[in-house]
Design a protein around this ligand. Structure first.
Ligand code: ADP
Ligand code: MG
Length: 347
């Protein structure tokens, strides 16, 4: 069961105990290992974690884009009550694009370099709906306007290389919105962009979330990216959820030592003038995930049970589930001390 928490709004996606394991010649890659979360209409749900923590695999599985023959998939991905893991490839194709749409880090991966942007969008409109070319074109112009592409009638005839990185990402968002999906999944949508353009694209994602009344899953390795636009944040490590909380709560009162490490190592979060403290060590290979808590070898607060017992991902009060053996009291104290040190305040 996904833990209960505060966000009001229709539940769109309810992921329950999802496991995605890839058998390989070197061993089983446990890319996702027991993940539960819910996403609501009107919510931007941020998923954050270092590279290789299973963020993309989680969402590609939900979209049916992970080859079921190459992976052992368990659990449920309920989209408006229907388990996406039980759909046929044909049914999934229908859901994907029409009800759940995804954008990626590299818009070139989805835009064909040899065709005009407008024509590609027209094709996208026509895939799922029986409209004339003229109607499709009107819809595309409307969408290009909605995502803030200036002079859409002229830009419509451009090729992708004539668009800047930010404009290409806007075009991808337009394409994703073609069929009024309920959920937009954005996987590192701003990682390839420079900082000012990043901020504009995040603002646009926030704008379309409200305008189109959808839910958004925003995947990133950078806590700074979700700081402004997410309502809820899930922190992932080694294919597992470490902590899940309303965004403000996560930044003000984080409960998991891994989150503390992320906060201390993020340049945009740490205060100006304070030293950045990277988390020591590296994330584990997902073929050899450490026993007990996957984070314990890197955790400065590890103690007795951490290398043996896997802490349950559970809400220990306050609608803020996490997976750590420390008591809530210890966590509150340790974070207060750490936070004070970080801000240069005497404890
Ligand atoms: N088809 C596959 N076969 C084997 N391992 C895979 C496959 N796809 C992804 N992985 C592994 O799953 C892990 C999680 O990957 P991913 O979800 O892409 O991480 P993230 O998006 O958090 O950076 C990585 O170790 C990756 O190498
Ligand atoms: Mg990824």
């Amino acid at each position: 069961m996904a833990p209960e928490r505060g966000f009001q709004g229709e539940t769109l996606l309810d992921v329950r105990d999802l496991k995605v394991h890839f058998p390989t010649p070197d061993g089983v890659v446990k890319a996702v290992d027991g993940l539960s979360f819910t996403v609501h209409r009107g919510e931007t749900f941020g998923i954050v974690g270092e590279s290789g923590s299973g963020k993309s695999v989680t969402n590609l599985t939900a979209l049916g884009l992970v080859n079921r023959k190459a992976a052992q998939i368990e659990g449920e991905v309920l989209f408006k009550g229907r388990d996406l893991l039980k759909l046929t490839p044909g049914e999934l194709r229908h859901v994907r694009g029409k009800e759940l749409a995804m954008i990626f880090q590299d818009p070139f991966a989805s835009l064909h370099p040899m065709y005009r942007v407008g024509d590609q969008l027209i094709e996208a409109v026509k895939v799922h709906s029986n409209v004339s070319k003229k109607q499709a074109e009107e819809r595309v112009l409307e969408l290009l306007g909605a995502v803030g592409i200036p002079r859409p009638r002229e830009r419509f005839r451009d090729y992708p290389h004539q668009f800047s990185g930010g404009m290409r990402q806007r075009a991808m968002i337009a394409m994703a919105l073609t069929h009024n999906p309920d959920i937009l999944i954005a996987d590192e949508p701003t990682t390839a962009l420079d900082v000012t353009v990043q901020a504009q694209i995040l603002e646009l994602i926030d704008h379309v979330k409200r305008e189109f009344d959808i839910g958004v899953i925003l995947i990133t390795h950078d806590l700074g990216v979700i700081a402004d636009v997410s309502q809820t944040v899930m922190v992932m490590y080694a294919g597992r959820a470490m902590e899940l909380a309303p965004k403000d709560e996560l930044f003000r009162k984080p409960l998991h030592p891994y989150t503390w490490g992320l906060l201390d190592s993020m340049p945009r979060i740490a205060q100006k003038g304070t030293r950045l403290l990277p988390i020591e060590g590296a994330p584990p290979s997902l073929i050899n995930v450490p026993p007990g808590c996957a984070f314990h070898p890197r955790c400065p607060h590890r103690f007795q049970p951490c290398d043996r017992e896997r802490p349950a991902f559970a809400d220990r009060g306050g609608g803020h589930p996490e997976a750590c053996h420390l008591t809530i009291e210890d966590k509150r104290r340790l974070w207060a001390e750490r936070d004070a040190r970080r801000l240069g305040v005497a404890v």
